[in-house]
Write a protein that binds this ligand. Structure first.
Ligand code: 1GP
Length: 254
């Protein structure tokens, strides 16, 4: 199986390089806004695009990804809210198992049903332990997943969950307060989890300012995901990217 993007993420982690990911919800973009996002992202040296959402109502996932791929070299990684959000035009797929919840469908059930289809896509598959953290109010992901998020002040639970996910073979750990979360994940929790795992740690949900993104990186995040704030103000891409890349202890060429 292909491991190109995973290897790149693992190497970046080894080198202490932090990555910035722009999350694109296909429901919230059109051809014109994709062009604008690409242009700002290329200029700001964005590392990855995640494409997906808890609910994707429109049917232009393929078109959205094809437009991104045609316009730039930034890798496109699927962040699917359901097995229907698989597109062969992307570079890789976060193969998410909701390890913070106890909903068997999102731990393994939907994977079994969609396995032949996912394998046939030819995508790079990245097994990802997905952990939803309480962001202060219900988010789409916490509602749709029908699973209780990890309380934001229970760093030990997050730590043990991430460790278990890694020992079960998950290559990435993604801690998410949910899109538009009122409260992003506290640094104390990020620090605790980062200290106990070797897998690249992805952090997202409710990050609206570059200072918070910077502090998250310093606390041990390897990849920062921002969606909502950029939908509201695409020009934030530049500052976010600069803050995340400047948090790296080494000089970054990208
Ligand atoms: C959501 O982690 C992502 O799943 C990003 O969250 O949209 O709040 O930036 P925001």
């Amino acid at each position: 199986m292909k491991q190109v993007i995973y290897q790149q993420l693992a190497e970046r982690k080894q080198l202490g390089k932090k990555s910035f990911t722009v999350l694109i919800d296909p429901d919230k973009v059109d051809s014109g806004s994709i062009d604008q996002l690409v242009s700002l992202s290329v200029d700001a040296k964005v590392d990855y695009f995640f494409v997906g959402g808890s609910l994707v109502i429109s049917s232009h996932l393929d078109d959205c990804i094809r437009q991104l791929k045609a316009a730039c070299d930034i890798p496109v990684i699927l962040f699917p809210g359901s097995p229907s959000q698989v597109s062969k035009y992307a570079d890789a797929l976060l193969y998410l198992s909701l390890i913070s919840g106890r909903n068997p469908e999102l731990l393994i059930g939907q994977h079994v049903i969609s396995a032949p289809f996912v394998k046939k896509s030819g995508l790079e598959i990245m097994p990802t332990g997905y952990m939803v953290i309480d962001g202060g109010a219900p988010t789409t992901v916490s509602y749709i997943s029908n699973a209780t998020p990890i309380p934001a002040d229970k760093s030990e639970i997050a730590m043990c969950t991430a460790m278990a996910g890694e020992m079960l073979g998950m290559k990435l750990i993604y801690m998410d307060a949910g899109s538009g979360a009122k409260k992003p994940i506290p640094e104390q929790m990020i620090e605790k989890v980062a200290r106990h795992i070797e897998a690249p740690l992805i952090i997202g949900g409710g990050i609206i300012d570059p200072e918070k993104a910077y502090r998250n990186c310093k606390a041990g995040a390897d990849v920062i995901v921002v969606g909502n704030a950029i939908e509201k103000d695409p020009s934030l891409i530049k500052e976010m990217s600069a803050a995340i890349h400047s948090s790296s202890p080494v000089q970054q060429s990208n």
